[in-house]
Design a protein around this ligand. Structure first.
Ligand SMILES: NC(=O)c1ccc[n+]([C@@H]2O[C@H](COP(=O)([O-])OP(=O)(O)OC[C@H]3O[C@@H](n4cnc5c(N)ncnc54)[C@H](O)[C@@H]3O)[C@@H](O)[C@H]2O)c1
Length: 254
């Protein structure tokens, strides 16, 4: 257990499962107490249990990341409990498989709200605390799709790519606005294997993609992303902000 002088605190949205869960556990092993934010309560409880087994504290918040006011409530509760917020990981996101001719206005708005506005909501909620305490780090999960536009058969098409590309602009602009106190970066994972049931792209195309179009000849694992998150959260000194980093084994056909 860390004492109050060495205590580090992270908020991880989407931390119930998948990439967010792996990042939360990796941060906990690096002595961060973790506030998990997600819609999936049983999965969050499981991750929180694993964090406590590591020896760190874990809070869970059932919240839709698209909800601006709820983000402020979460940040207030975390500051009330831990007195600080050192790191924010905006991981929660959701794919959108529909193309421009099939998608409804509501579905487009929801995709932007869950994948992009969510990042605004949580950065807006934590930035005052990070500025006041004199430091903080923020990482938002974009996607290789932001660069490539995705492949035709992918589960996520233009609406998701639009939101994920928006994260890159937000990251650059907020790095300028919040620097030098807060470092703001983004990560663009390629295809990553998660425990999410029946990921159709992995099932149908994972092996094929790995053989035909990945320099490292394998699909990514959640820990591949978590290692970079840990570096961006903890590295000292750190001369890195306003950047996005692909974690994709060089998936050159995506
Ligand atoms: N897995 C990949 O191949 C891949 C590739 C590129 C980018 N990404 C991005 O990485 C992030 C994590 O993806 P993953 O593969 O681990 O997915 P996942 O579905 O396994 O995990 C996403 C988590 O976010 C939560 N979430 C979704 N919508 C939410 C909402 N409105 N409010 C609160 N929580 C919500 C889910 O409940 C889930 O726990 C996402 O932003 C995703 O777009 C994933």
């Amino acid at each position: 257990m860390t004492n109050d002088q060495t205590r580090k605190v992270a908020i991880v949205t989407g931390g119930a499962r998948g990439i967010g869960r792996a990042c939360a556990l990796t941060l906990a092993r690096a002595h961060y107490d973790i506030a998990l934010v997600d819609l999936l309560v049983p999965e969050m409880e499981r991750t929180a249990g694993e964090i406590r087994e590591i020896g760190q504290e874990a809070l869970i918040f059932e919240a839709n990341v698209a909800d601006f006011r709820r983000a402020q409530e979460v940040a207030d509760a975390v500051v009330s409990k831990f007195k600080r917020i050192d790191f924010l990981l905006n991981d929660a996101g959701r794919p959108m498989p529909k193309g421009i001719l099939e998608i409804s206005e509501q579905e487009f708005d929801d995709t932007i709200a869950i994948n992009l506005k969510s990042c605004f909501n949580y950065i807006r909620a934590v930035a005052p605390t990070m500025l006041e305490q004199g430091g903080g780090r923020i990482v938002s999960m974009s996607s290789l799709n932001a660069h490539s536009g995705g492949v035709t058969a992918a589960v996520s098409r233009f609406a998701y790519a639009s939101a994920k590309a928006g994260i890159l602009g937000m990251t650059r602009a907020l790095a300028k606005e919040l620097g030098p106190t807060i470092h703001v970066n983004a990560i663009c994972p390629g295809l990553i294997q998660t425990e999410t049931p029946k990921n159709p792209v992995i099932i149908e195309r994972g092996a094929q993609i790995a053989q035909a179009g990945v320099a490292l000849r394998r699909i990514g694992q959640t820990d591949d992303v978590a290692q970079l998150v840990l570096f961006l959260a903890t590295s000292e000194p750190c001369y890195i902000t306003g950047q996005d980093f692909k974690v994709d084994g060089f998936q050159y056909n995506m």
